[in-house]
Design a protein around this ligand. Sequence first.
Ligand SMILES: Cc1cc2nc3c(=O)[nH]c(=O)nc-3n(C[C@H](O)[C@H](O)[C@H](O)COP(=O)(O)O)c2cc1C
Length: 356
Amino acid sequence: MSGLALERILDLARWAPSGDNTQPWRFEIVACNHIAVHGFDTRDQVLYDFDGHASHMAHGALLETLRIAATGFGLEASWSLRLGGPATAPIYDVLLEENPGITIDPLFPYIEKRVVQRRVMRTTPLTQAQHQALVRAPGSAYEVQFFEVFPERLKMARLLWDNAFIRLTCPEAYKVHREVIEWGARYSKERIPEKAVGVDVLTGRLMKWVMQRWSRVDFFNRYLLGTVLPRIQLDFLPALGCAAHVLLRSHQPLIELVDYVRAGIALQRLWLTASSVGLYLQPQMTPVIFRWYARSGKAFSESSDIVHHASLLADRFESLIGGDGNTPLVFFSRVGSGKSPVSRSLRKDVSDLIFK
Ligand SMILES: Cc1cc2nc3c(=O)[nH]c(=O)nc-3n(C[C@H](O)[C@H](O)[C@H](O)COP(=O)(O)O)c2cc1C
C-alpha cells in the first residue's frame, strides 16, 4: 500500500473528537502497513481529564475513525495496545492489511461531517429508525438510555444547571476554560473557537473580559450573578431544546485503560451514527466526570463546598438514571436536528501530527 494512502487515512482519522479539541495523539509511520499511534493525556493540566479517562476515550475514537477510514482504501485495520508503556503515554500499534473484498464502512461519509452543536436544537421527537440506529451503534457491550419527554428533559436541564454552577465557580476549572477558547475565532485548529462555544455575541464579549482574571470571575459570580447568563445559554436552554438526552452505559465496569479506549470506540460509533441519521450530538460530560471524582473520593477542588456539591449532584444523577455508585457510565450527550453550526473546531495539519 502506498504512503499516500496512509497519509490520506491519517488525514481522515484526525477528525476524531477529543475533549476540548486537545488531539492527544501523534502518528509514527513504522512501515507501509504499520502505524504507531502515540497517545498522551492531559490529566496534569486539565481538570476534566480525570485519570486520563477522557483522553483514553479520545484515543478509542481516533482508532475507530482510523479503522473506518481504512475501509475506504480497501484496507482492514486492527489495533493493539503496546504492553509495558505508562498509562500517561500509551502506544497503539495499528496494522493495515489489504482486503479487496472489504466493503466501505457505512459511517465513512460522516467522519468529516460529525461535529458538536452546543446551541439549542429542535425538539422534534426521534423517529423509530433514529432510535434503533442509536441503540445498535455502540455494540452489545453497551446500553443506550434516552431521556426524551419534556419532564425528563426538564429534570436533566435542572441537573445541568446545578452542574454548571460547579463548573463556573471552580477555580481549577477556570484555568482550563481560560486556555481552551480561541476568542474572536470562527475556526480553530487547536482549541474551541469562540463562535462554537454557544453563547450570544454580548455574553461572549463579557466572558472574554471577565475570564482574563480569576478575581473578576469570582467577583462577578459572587455579586453580579455571573453564572446566570452562561448557564441559561450553555446548559439550561439547550438541555430543554433537544430531542433527547442520551446516556451511554457499559454493561461491565470500566477498570483498565483499554476499557476506556473501547468506550471511546463506542462513543464515536454512537456519534457518527447520529450524524448518519440526520442528528447532531452534543457531549455534556461534566456530570459524568464530576461523578468519577466523587465516587473515587478524589477532591478536584481546594473548595470543600464545591467538592461536597459535586457529591450531592452525583447522587441526583444516579437517581435520575436509575443507577447507583457502581453504575459504569461512559458518555452523556444530547441529540437533535437543526441548523448546521456556523463555526467549528478544525484540527492540526496531518504533517504536524506525524513524527518525522
Ligand atoms: C471524551 C470527550 C468528552 C467531551 N466532552 C465535552 C463536553 O463535556 N462538552 C462539550 O462541549 N464538548 C465535549 N466534547 C467535544 C469536544 O470539545 C469536541 O469534540 C472538540 O472540541 C472537537 O470539535 P468537533 O467534535 O466539533 O470536531 C467531548 C469530546 C470527547 C471525545
